[in-house]
Design a protein around this ligand. Structure first.
Ligand code: ATP
Length: 140
C-alpha cells in the first residue's frame, strides 16, 4: 500500500465538485484515510508551494490557494501516487479537456492555474505533504 496527498482546491470546493471527486476516488479503489476541510492562509499556502517561490506565477498562485476553503485528503492504495496523478490529468486543465477528457481536471478545472485538484508528484513529496497537513498520522 502507498499513500498520497490529494486536495480539492478552492475552485473545486466553490464549484461544488467535492462529492463527485470523492465518488471518483472511492470508485478507483482508494481509501480516504484522513480528510480535513480547511482555509489556507498566505503563510501556509506559501510554505506548501515553496518549491515554486521563485516562479513569476507564485504570488497569483498563493492568492488563488487562499481564495476559499480546500479539502485535503490522505489517500491510500497500491501505487497511490501515480494512480492519483493519472486520475487528475495534466496541470493545464484547459489542455486536459482536450487530451484527457475523462480526467478530474477536465471535469472541474479551467486553465494552468485553476486546475481544481492537487496530487503529490512523487513518493517523497507525498511523505512531505502528508506530514505538512496530517502531523499526527503514522505513515504506512
Ligand atoms: P499540483 O502541485 O497542484 O498538483 P502540478 O504538480 O500539476 O500541480 P506544478 O507544476 O507543481 O503542477 O504547479 C503547482 C500549481 O501551480 C499548479 O497546480 C497550478 O495551480 C499552478 N501553476 C503551475 N504552472 C502555472 C502557470 N504557468 N501559471 C499559473 N499557475 C501555474
Amino acid at each position: 500500500e502507498e499513500r498520497t496527498l490529494a486536495m480539492v482546491k478552492p475552485d473545486g470546493v466553490s464549484g461544488n465538485y467535492t462529492d463527485e471527486i470523492k465518488r471518483i476516488i472511492v470508485e478507483a479503489s482508494f481509501s480516504i484515510v484522513n480528510e480535513m476541510f480547511t482555509q489556507l492562509d498566505k503563510e501556509t499556502a506559501s510554505a506548501f508551494y515553496e518549491e515554486h517561490s521563485s516562479r513569476s506565477f507564485f504570488p497569483h498562485l498563493v492568492t488563488y490557494m487562499t481564495s476559499g476553503p480546500v479539502l485535503v485528503m490522505l489517500l491510500e492504495k497500491r501505487n497511490a501516487v501515480s494512480d492519483w496523478r493519472r486520475l487528475i490529468g495534466p496541470t493545464d486543465a484547459g489542455k486536459a479537456k482536450i487530451s484527457h477528457p475523462h480526467s478530474i481536471r477536465a471535469l472541474c478545472g479551467k486553465d494552468s492555474e485553476r486546475n481544481c485538484v492537487h496530487g503529490s508528484d512523487s513518493t517523497s513529496s507525498a511523505e512531505r505533504e502528508i506530514k505538512f497537513f496530517f502531523k499526527n498520522v503514522v505513515s504506512g
